[in-house]
Design a protein around this ligand. Structure first.
Ligand code: BV8
Ligand code: ZN
Length: 242
């Protein structure tokens, strides 16, 4: 699959991965827009908003608790593991839209969570932030300041954490290969990262069984799944010295 880019991959210094829900699909985690994305007939796009949270914080918490239970019982797949393995040979950075933490569980050390993490909570008012306890006595859980706690994720209409976003742009601007795996590239500003890399002359490789809005701008668009495809990268990288 990667034969025509063997030299580019072999000589690459820095590889940046931009990933989305599709890379965790083979770990049994529903994607956002796929037919399996709906929860109790709720459209995830509608639930992942501050308005939905203030309308019905218990419902939104139940949604995250359901997802968290599913994520806890999930395992990183061959796609996550291949990316982690590549770190032995190249400078690898993962810019993920996923809040599931599976890249880190696979062993990736440089992961930027553009949209936050489901295993962190924060207060809606004070600056309390913490990793999530195993379970809550009541939903929505309360902060010691008396206000409501929320998952430390970025909801639609909310800005991304600026320090994380600025760092993500720097990585996109300084890579020589960008691999975009398992994302529909519908959500902004994450979907602008390939543009930064392209402007920097990087080689863009897409891994997605379906067409995306940027498939035409890719140097290589592999219409397959990430768990079956990404392990095939290793032979092209292994025999190159750092
Ligand atoms: C912001 C965290 C500004 C929570 C998420 C109108 C037009 C354009 C843009 C907008 C608009 N209205 C609003 C906007 C901006 C909005 C946006 O982009 N909306 C889209 C829907 C149009 N963006 C925002 O609101 C962002 N914030 O702009 O702030 C601002 C600035 C200053 C001050 C205030 C505000 C915030 C966006 C982040 C939202 N949070 N997640 C949670 O997860 O619960 S987004 C969430 O959805 C995910 O994180 C992810 O980013 C996104 C889902 O996209 P994908 O991951 O790509 O998943 P999807 O299901 O779409 O696709 C899966 C793909 O995988 C498919 O292509 C499929 O074919 C493929 N696939 C499937 N199986 C496999 C596979 N590929 C490989 N292998 C497989 N096995
Ligand atoms: Zn508080």
């Amino acid at each position: 699959m990667f034969k025509q880019f063997a030299d580019k991959l072999n000589n690459s210094k820095k590889i940046v991965f931009v990933t989305g829900a599709g890379i965790s699909q083979e770990s049994g985690i529903p994607t956002f827009r796929g037919k399996d994305g709906y929860w109790r007939k709720h459209d995830p796009m509608k639930l992942a908003t501050i308005d939905a949270f203030y309308d019905d914080p218990k419902l939104v918490w139940e949604w995250y608790e359901d997802r968290r239970k599913n994520i806890r019982s999930a395992q990183p797949n061959a796609g996550h593991k291949a990316i982690a393995e590549l770190e032995k040979y190249k400078d690898v950075v993962v810019l993920t839209q996923n809040i599931d933490g599976l890249h880190q569980r696979a062993g990736s050390s440089k992961v930027l969570e553009l949209h936050g993490s489901i295993i962190r909570i924060k207060c809606t008012v004070c600056d309390y932030i913490d990793s999530i306890p195993n379970s809550f006595d009541t939903l929505p859980p309360q902060c010691k300041c008396g206000n409501t706690l929320r998952p430390d994720v970025v909801w639609f209409g909310e800005a991304l954490p600026q320090d994380v976003w600025q760092e993500a742009i720097e990585h996109a601007n300084s890579c020589d290969v960008m691999i975009i795996a398992g994302t529909s590239l519908v959500v902004s500003p994450a979907n602008t990262l390939p543009l930064y890399a392209k402007q920097n002359g990087a080689t863009l490789i897409e891994v997605n069984p379906d067409e995306t809005i940027m498939s035409g701008d890719m140097d290589l668009s592999l219409k397959t799944t990430s768990a079956s495809c990404l392990p095939e990268l290793l032979p092209f990288i292994k025999n190159s010295n750092l």
